[in-house]
Design a binder for this molecule. Structure first.
Ligand code: PAN
Ligand code: ZN
Length: 193
């Protein structure tokens, strides 16, 4: 038996970034192509192809059962049409793996969807510790004016299944209406399923 040596990674509270990250993943709008409801607004914004979010990986737990992975995600403020910037969203490849999100900065929502299509949206701001139960697909959405930053802690063997959300989208989306975030039915979700 070899034991993993304990360690500490610093999550910088001002920037939301991890110091000495194992990996930085950047997602521009082109990486999210086809996911926003307003395809004309998406095409127009693709000309400047803004950075939508970044993931700072602190540790991946070597994808081993029993280990934990953890990272911070920074979603920048912005919209495609009236729909707020979001992460791609996924189910876990090992679908029964849960996850904890802890908000460090900004404001947004943790949008979840069960395999039978039930939608749940948790409002998050600094201090919110929101739980993603086993089997729920999850996406985060920045509904504020500043970067929305959260720590994610998950079983290292959870993995990612992006396919079904990329194909069908979420049943609900978050849009700005009269200056406020509103959860509405995704006009594209039904036609894609
Ligand atoms: C998070 C997410 C991260 C980026 O660490 O991976 O916020 O979102 P996407 O993976 O959907 O692009 C997590 O849920 N890990 O399991
Ligand atoms: Zn996850």
């Amino acid at each position: 038996m070899t034991y993993t040596t304990p360690f500490t990674k610093w999550l910088e509270l001002d920037s939301g970034k991890v110091k000495d990250p194992a990996l930085i993943q950047q997602r521009h709008l082109s990486d999210l192509k086809g996911l926003f409801a307003d395809s004309e607004a998406e095409a127009a914004l693709l000309e400047t192809n803004p950075l939508v979010y970044e993931v700072y990986l602190a540790y991946d737990g070597e994808a081993q059962e029993g280990q934990l992975g953890y990272s911070t995600t920074l979603i920048y403020p912005g919209k495609v049409g009236n729909e707020y910037f979001f992460t791609k969203g996924h189910y876990h490849a090992k679908a029964d793996r849960a996850e904890l999100y802890y908000c460090l900065k900004g404001e947004g929502y943790l949008l979840m969807q069960s395999p039978d299509g039930e939608v749940n949206a948790q409002s998050m701001s600094a201090g919110a510790g929101s739980y993603v139960p086993p089997y729920w697909g999850h996406r985060t959405v920045n509904t504020g004016q500043e970067p929305f930053v959260f720590l994610a802690v998950y079983p290292a063997d959870a993995g990612y299944d992006y396919g079904s959300i990329a194909d069908k989208g979420f049943a609900s989306i978050l849009v700005e209406k009269e200056g406020k975030a509103e959860l509405v039915t995704n006009p594209n979700a039904a036609s894609r399923s």
